[in-house]
Design a protein around this ligand. Structure first.
Ligand code: G3I
Length: 349
């Protein structure tokens, strides 16, 4: 762990890789994999997994198994998928991911228990009373966490609960239950699996800004009240056209000082298409910057990319004219970003 904190080495390496124009090497042996490079660094390297691709695409499946030691369900642990009808749980797709992870020596991050998106219509379209909603939320959290007890090591308990200005997001939960729903969610999850690490998770909270300030204050407050909160997740959805949050180092360190874990949970770096070499180098720098911040922190424990190949990335479907946001091309060729991650890990060993 001590070498992981070798600031100068990490920074020097990352800078070197960011400007390197060398062609990326195709991973050939186990030693060339991201998970091998990450070994001993104290940081797990993860990817979001698209379960349809995992079932149907052998090349995709082989790379998930070979390159990563942590997996997150991109969609199948979300409420609309896991409890599509009230009280009726659809465990099979998520169980398949858990089984895959076990077979490949990987851990599983759970995403996500409480969110304002991808909720089933039975939940959002009916007129439940606040008391009923509280019961529904408790049942959902307890049932889901209990089902995966001992199999999911980190949970994104609440996802995206703040607006960018640091005010609480207006959701079905805030409107009906008040801000105390956040503490309750953590308590219920902890009761269902006392060993799981329980996280806050959001986007645009990587650097020091109004949103991360709100998370910092909330984390302090919850911990002072004895609420079982263990981690702060930064999604890391970046774009080369926006530049990268330099204050990410300071931000991660201030959460370190609070004694909570940190994790980068959904990293991708999109660009305005078409792809060119300059954008790819900038992208490599973005991926590497977040990894450096993680490696330099005492309690940053995982770094997950939100899909590793452009073949299945969510980005083109959401941002018109943008894409190429992951470390591998659609044809599964490693990009400079993938090499930057590899070398940044290597330097930190
Ligand atoms: O399941 C339906 C399927 O039945 C239907 O045939 C198909 C037709 O479009 O849609 C399917 O649903 C899609 C779902 O992913 C599952 O594939 C939705 O349309 C699509 O909107 C949904 O997108 C997901 C998005 O969250 C929704 O919020 C992305 O795959 C997923 O990558 C993305 O992930 C989020 C994280 O959870 C939280 N942070 C931001 C991140 C990116 O938005």
């Amino acid at each position: 762990m001590a070498t992981r904190r070798n600031v100068l080495a990490v920074v020097a390496l990352a800078l070197a890789t960011a400007v390197s124009s060398a062609a990326p090497a195709v991973a050939g042996s186990d030693n060339d994999t991201l998970r091998a490079a990450a070994r001993g660094s104290g940081v797990r390297i993860g990817t979001a997994v698209d379960m349809t691709a995992l079932a149907d695409d052998a090349e995709y499946r082989a790379l998930v198994a070979a390159q990563f030691d942590s997996v997150t369900a991109e969609n199948v642990m979300k409420w609309e998928s896991i409890e599509p009808q009230q009280g009726q749980y659809n465990w099979a797709p998520a169980d398949r991911l858990v089984d895959f992870a076990k077979a490949n020596g990987q851990v599983v991050r759970g995403h996500t228990l409480v969110w304002h998106n991808q909720n089933p219509s039975w939940l959002t379209e009916a007129a439940f009373t606040p008391e009923q909603l509280r019961q529904i939320l408790r049942d959902h959290i307890k049932t889901q966490v209990r089902h995966f007890r001992g199999k999911v090591y980190q949970w994104d308990v609440v996802n995206e609960v703040f607006n960018d200005d640091g005010t609480l997001r207006d959701t079905i939960w805030l409107r009906n239950l008040g801000p105390g729903y956040i503490a309750d969610a953590f308590r219920w999850a902890h009761e269902a699996d006392p060993k799981a690490k329980l996280y806050l998770n959001d986007y645009n909270n990587e650097g020091v800004n109004a949103k991360s300030d709100a998370y910092y204050a909330l984390t302090k407050q919850l911990r002072s009240q004895g609420v079982p909160i263990h981690g702060y997740g930064m999604q890391g959805h970046l774009g080369v056209q926006y530049g990268f949050p330099g204050s990410v180092f300071d931000n991660v360190r201030r959460f370190d000082a609070l004694g909570v874990q940190t994790a980068f949970t959904e990293v991708d770096v999109r660009m305005i298409l078409p792809v060119d070499a300059t954008k790819e180098q900038a992208q490599a720098y973005g991926f590497s910057t977040l990894l450096q911040a993680c490696l330099l922190a005492r309690h940053c424990v995982s770094y997950t990319v939100w899909g590793f190949t452009d073949k299945y990335s969510w980005v083109p479907g959401w941002f018109d004219g943008q894409g190429a946001a992951t470390p591998y091309t659609e044809a599964f060729q490693p990009k400079p970003a993938r090499e930057a991650l590899f070398h940044t890990f290597q330097l930190a060993r």
